[in-house]
Design a protein around this ligand. Sequence first.
Ligand SMILES: [Zn+2]
Length: 398
Amino acid sequence: MLGSVRRCRSFRFLVSPTVCQRAALVGLLGLQCELYNAALEDRRGAWRWEHRSVSYVDQCRTLTTLRAIRPEVLTCGVTVCRGTLKRLDWAFAGFYRRCRAGQAPGFPRFRSRSRWDSLQWEDRSGWHLDEASRRLHLKGIGGLKLRLHRPIRGTPKAITLHREGRRWWVTIRCVDVPAEPLPAAGRQVGIDLGVQVLVATSDADLLLNERFGARAAARLTAAQQVLATKQRGSQHRRRAVERVAAAHRHVRNCRTNALHQLSRRLVDDHDLIVHEKLAIQNLVRRPRPRPDGTGGYQPNGAAAKTGLNRCIHDAGWGHLLAMISYKAESAGRTVIAVDPRNTSRRCAHCGHISAGNRRGAAFRCLDCGHQAHADTNAAINILRAGRAQQHTTAQGRN
Ligand SMILES: [Zn+2]
């Protein structure tokens, strides 16, 4: 079963284009943005005037007619154009999916050139990766120097080129990536995710939430204030925008790095990792307004909830769980998600459940007097629930 899974992984590398290549790439970005907008107009018009829907395949067919009218669009090959049309197709697919789900999505929009930052090649033509000379050859652009800081595994299938500030990155998507099984560690762990303590393990390890976002908030605010004083369209404003973007990027990089290290450690050291099932969408939902009957509103804790939401986003639980999941899959470890009900109220020692067991970060059982850090207690309960679940599935299989 496992052997038949086509394991996909992405590898991201820094690209150093020459000045000429950079200019060519910026030109290509502009053309692809134009193509996207034209294709969107095509779909809108066809529906508005003829009630006819245009598909991705239909639009790909019309690309050949561009050779006569706008040959410059095709100088870098047809693959990158198809990638852009695919993006539009995804936008529409997302729109219809949300419509069907009864949500109120926004219709796909025309895109601005200044925000159009990526190009994608969705199949294996139009580009060629030369690992020996560390170059990525793009049709119409040339050989881009690549900083290959790690070996690429699997078979490269598609690429995305992305501009981030002054830097360019390539994401290489590979299929059939071989697994990297790890020797058995002989340990199991339950983890409790929190806001103060990011991860508490059942081994009484407490990892504080670093809150990179909160730490950088002052710097970010300062950068945004500077930006607000600049005149639109000015050279200074462009630089200030760049500085705000860099501040956001820095926070994101710090957070991702910390989560990668943490998930790597958890997967390396444990054969079984149990976490609570999370519904982050529900956790960060806005509190319901509480009308007071006279046209006003009673306090509903919205401000406090906003603060908590920011902390939850800052902690990056969803990202952490995703990283644990794919690293564990490749290493041959087991990950189990359990129902979080009562895990923080149950005594890990005697099993007594009471809301009074917990006071803030301290856990003290009202029945047997067992004392522990509240998050460690919860993590032990989570591990136990995971083991029980594993046992039941194993029995069900026999
Ligand atoms: Zn107890």
